[in-house]
Design a protein around this ligand. Structure first.
Ligand code: NAD
Ligand code: UFG
Length: 336
């Protein structure tokens, strides 16, 4: 079976390509390299010892997407391509609506044209907005979202549901990721933002590596066990495996359109993560307590039973593994 992976050289996409190839799938990547590097293709091939078909191009470019479908018989698509920075989406909403919505619309149009109707979509826990109850299950209320990025995910989920209503032969898995961190154990691929990171783990890593002086902990007055924000951190390799289970499930049954939480079901505070990182890696991460970050919520973690019961998937790696692999990637990356 051949899978088209849009955004396949990105953080989650690259790990998913490795798992797909290791599971015997053929992989075609479409990525415009707006937030990733071309050499990731070589690294995926080094890890798996298998070949990847790579197209540098934009998923909003219909001719480009058609070219891929003309040149390959695509059985299913995993759609990662999109912008993902929450803060940036507040400053540049049009850019986010344009890229995230247009890439999905263009992709679905071409998939329809070529009778390829199996799609796994990268959604996000942000579609739940500020949850009334944790853990969050898939029937929890959606929105209001707290930023344009989250709104793009919510809109796309609705567009895909409408598409299914118009044509029930589609199979669509809406995977709502919680907080992916960590890296592949080989140290070849991981997350390496060029700018000052927005997210917690890449920031911790840069502080540990002495590229930044200290971590700013955004608030210690939340209603949580130590006052800092709680999230459901999930190892990116576990997350990648969730996509393989979704694709496998398409082979087993007609799923229609279904949403699945991909998280661990455990919540850790910012300080839990910092202290675990320091302990397992034997490094120092100096931090200061700062103001709350606007738009942040106190606590967000998943109920994960649906993915286990219907996809046969559950996360296996723990916070120690996530912290070790994130640090291993940085040390390995420096040597490459
Ligand atoms: P990433 O930025 O590392 O990967 C996205 C990839 O898509 C990049 O390689 C980028 O170059 C590419 N891309 C962007 N727009 C494109 C376009 N129009 N055409 C072709 N390629 C394009 O991000 P990631 O962390 O791997 O996230 C993958 C997906 O998962 C995104 O849709 C993101 O919104 C979603 N998601 C991520 C997180 C997270 O915390 N990382 C959480 C929830 C959901
Ligand atoms: N935090 C800090 N200091 C930092 C960065 C983060 O204290 O420098 C705290 C935040 O306040 C929050 C926690 O660490 O309590 C996690 O923050 P992240 O920025 O790492 O992650 P978010 O939960 O805010 O959002 C992430 C992604 C979204 C995605 C969401 C899904 O950025 O794209 O997870 O749950 F949609």
């Amino acid at each position: 079976m051949k899978i088209l992976v849009t955004g396949g050289t990105g953080f989650i996409g690259s790990h998913t390509c490795v798992e797909l190839l290791d599971s015997g799938y053929e992989v075609v990547i479409l990525d415009n390299l707006s937030n990733s590097q071309r050499d990731v293709v070589k690294k995926i091939q080094t890890i798996t010892q298998k070949t990847v078909h790579f197209y540098e191009g934009d998923c909003c470019d219909k001719q480009m997407v058609e070219k891929i479908f003309k040149e390959h018989h695509i059985d299913a698509v995993i759609h990662f391509a999109g912008y993902k920075a929450v803060g940036e989406s507040v400053c540049k909403p049009l850019m986010y609506y344009q890229n995230n919505l247009m890439s999905t619309l263009t992709l679905c149009e071409v998939m329809n044209q070529y009778e390829c109707k199996q799609l796994v979509f990268s959604s996000s826990a942000t579609v739940y907005g500020d949850p009334e109850i944790v853990p969050i299950d898939e029937t929890s209320k959606l929105g209001p979202t707290t930023n344009p990025y989250g709104t793009t995910k919510l809109y796309i989920e609705q567009i895909l549901r409408d598409l299914y209503v118009s044509d029930p032969s589609w199979n669509i898995a809406l995977l709502r990721y919680f907080n992916p961190i960590g890296a592949h154990a080989s140290g070849f691929i991981g997350e390496s933002p060029n700018d000052i990171p927005n997210n917690l783990m890449p920031y911790i890593v840069k502080v540990a590596n002495k590229e930044l002086p200290q971590l700013h902990v955004f608030g210690n007055d939340y209603d949580t066990h130590d006052g800092t924000g709680i999230r459901d951190y999930i190892h990116v390799v576990d997350l990648a495996k969730g996509h393989i289970c979704s694709i496998n499930n398409f082979l087993l049954e007609h799923v229609g359109v279904e949403a699945y939480n991909l998280g661990t079901g455990f919540g850790y505070s910012v300080l839990d993560v910092v202290h675990t990182f320091m302990k397992v890696n034997d490094v120092d991460v100096p931090y200061v307590i700062d103001e709350r970050r606007p738009g942040d919520i106190a606590s967000c973690y998943a109920k994960t039973e649906k993915a286990y019961q219907e996809l046969g998937w559950k996360a296996e790696k723990n916070l120690n593994d996530m912290c070790k692999d994130a640090w291993n990637y940085v040390k390995h990356f420096k040597l490459q």
